[in-house]
Write a protein that binds this ligand. Sequence first.
Ligand code: SF4
Length: 239
Amino acid sequence: MSDLSEHLRFYQELGVTGVSRDARWRTRGSSQPPAPGSQPGGAAQRITIARSSADALAAIRADIGDCTRCKLHKQGRTQVVFGVGNPDADLMFVGEAPGGDEDIQGIPFVGRAGQLLTKIIEAIGLKRDDVYIANVIKCRPPGNRNPDPDEVETCEPFLFQQIDVIKPKVIVALGTFAAKTLLRTQDPISRLRGRVYDYRGAKLIPTFHPAFLLRSPERKRDVWEDMKKVRVLLQGDDD
Ligand code: SF4
C-alpha cells in the first residue's frame, strides 16, 4: 500500500473529512530533548524476579491494593485503574489519569477518547489486545483536574514498575501531561512531539492525547506521522 493511500485510510478511519492547508502540522519543535537515556523515577523498585510478566503485573496490582498512598484516594475515586492489555506488549501507551468512564469501569481509555485510541492502534495494523495501556496516575482526580506534583511523585513508581515488567520496545506518551511527566520537562507536547526519546530501555514517542484530537481533529495528521514512526520502530531489529 502506498504511503499516500495509507495516509488517506488513516484519516478515513479516524474521521478526518478534510485536509487542512495549515502548514503548522509539519512544524517540528526545536527544543532539545531531555538527556538521552535518563531514567526518571529510579527509586521505583524493579520487579525482576523470574516469572511471567502477567504474574509480575498481578503482583504490582496486589501491592497497590485499595491504595491510600496519596490524597486522591479520598477525593471521589471509584476504584484504582491499573492498566490493561498484553503483559508482553512491544507497544505501550501511557496517558495522564483516569477520566469518568475509566473510573467507573476500572479500565483505562474506554470513553470516546479510548475509542479513538483503539482506532489509532488499529491504523498501524495492531489490535487493542496487542498493546498495553496505562496512566501515570491510577485514580481519577476530582473534576478531571491535572494531578498534583505530590500525587505524581507517589503514584508514578507503579507505572515505572509496569514498564520494567512489560519491557515494551516503544512507549507512546499521550498528551502534554504524560509526556512532560515522563520526560521530566516543561516543554509542551507541541515541542516534544516529532522526536524519539530513550526512556527506560524503550523508545518514547510523545503525541497528542485522543481527547485533544476529539476537540482538534485537524491534529490527527500529526498523530499519523507519529504512529508511522512507531510502526517503523516496532518493525526494527529485536536486538
Ligand atoms: S493515585 Fe496512585 S498513589 Fe494515589 S491513591 Fe491512587 S493508586 Fe494510590
